[in-house]
Design a protein around this ligand. Sequence first.
Ligand code: SAM
Ligand code: SF4
Ligand code: SF4
Length: 320
Amino acid sequence: MILHYFVTYRCNLRCNFCELWKLGQWKLGQLKEELTVGELEEHLPIFRELESVVFLGGEPFLKRELVSIVRAFVKKYGSGLGVCFITNGQFPDLIKKTLEEIRSFHSYLSCSVSIDGTKEIHDKIRGREGAFDKAVETLKMLGEMDIWKDLSFTISPLNYYQTYEIFELSKKLGCSFSTRLAHDLDHQTFTRNQLEIIDGQLNRIAEEKEELALEPESFIHAYYLRSIVEVYRTGKRKVPCLAGMNFLILDPYGDMYPCFNSYWCKEGYGNPEMRIGNIKENSFEEIEKRRVEVVKDRLKPWKCNRCWNECDVSSFKVIK
Ligand SMILES: C[S@@+](CC[C@H](N)C(=O)[O-])C[C@H]1O[C@@H](n2cnc3c(N)ncnc32)[C@H](O)[C@@H]1O
Ligand code: SF4
Ligand code: SF4
């Protein structure tokens, strides 16, 4: 199982396809008290089958206690736990220092840095001049530290035609490449022409992956890439989703959800119907009971066709 922990909604950027940073604004009255290290130590559920934790946000490296938080997870789930970060890569020095500290007690680390286009396009989407250079600097720094690194590319109407180009950049930087369509908020609909271009470029990437494939994961990833546009067009996933079973979400306040749906959908964030429970308020048994209820009765993930993401598609392999 993979846990995605949104450590904070606070963010230093205002990317044009993302709404999460708005939840981290005191002045909008959105921000509540985030989980403390002590609360995590006391209340993290004992998921026996937890393989890895992805720390994201907001910007996870803005969280001052990040090192102690990771320590609490490793203490709870053991030294075999995969620890991954997804970052906008704007603070290479801070990220380096944080990762060095974490590496002194845990070695199973990886880091994904978001890059959404060539310099001009990335800076436009991310709303900050120089953002691209910083993200690339972070990826190079990860290479020097010998930490497994990934380039994360979110496809939107502003950058769709650069998909293959950014895949090439990932190869040049020695990273793996992850990608997805920006979730369809109102202002993010792709035209038929755009979808054709995206599909062509994703198929080209998939072909390269299959040619170079050394392990089954590469074929699964190629299959995922080839299906992105088809699933978007038809609204039908090609394999059932295992949300709530193979992956779970923990938000900054301790609420748990089965999947990203509760975050990135038109109905708003933190849909109470999908809430599994709160780690401070509910016992592990209550959370497990409610998880089954939400997954089976409300979400019905194996019938849900709302999205098609890398993490849920690759989690499929675990139970095949
Ligand atoms: C929410 S961000 C959090 C981590 C960090 N702030 C960052 O930008 O990488 C995690 C990933 O989600 C992606 N993302 C943000 N909004 C999205 C959306 N509406 N649809 C799909 N992916 C999105 C980002 O591009 C990023 O790669
Ligand atoms: S995508 Fe990441 S960096 Fe951009 S606003 Fe959202 S949380 Fe912040
Ligand atoms: S397909 Fe449905 S259940 Fe699966 S992650 Fe998307 S919204 Fe959640």
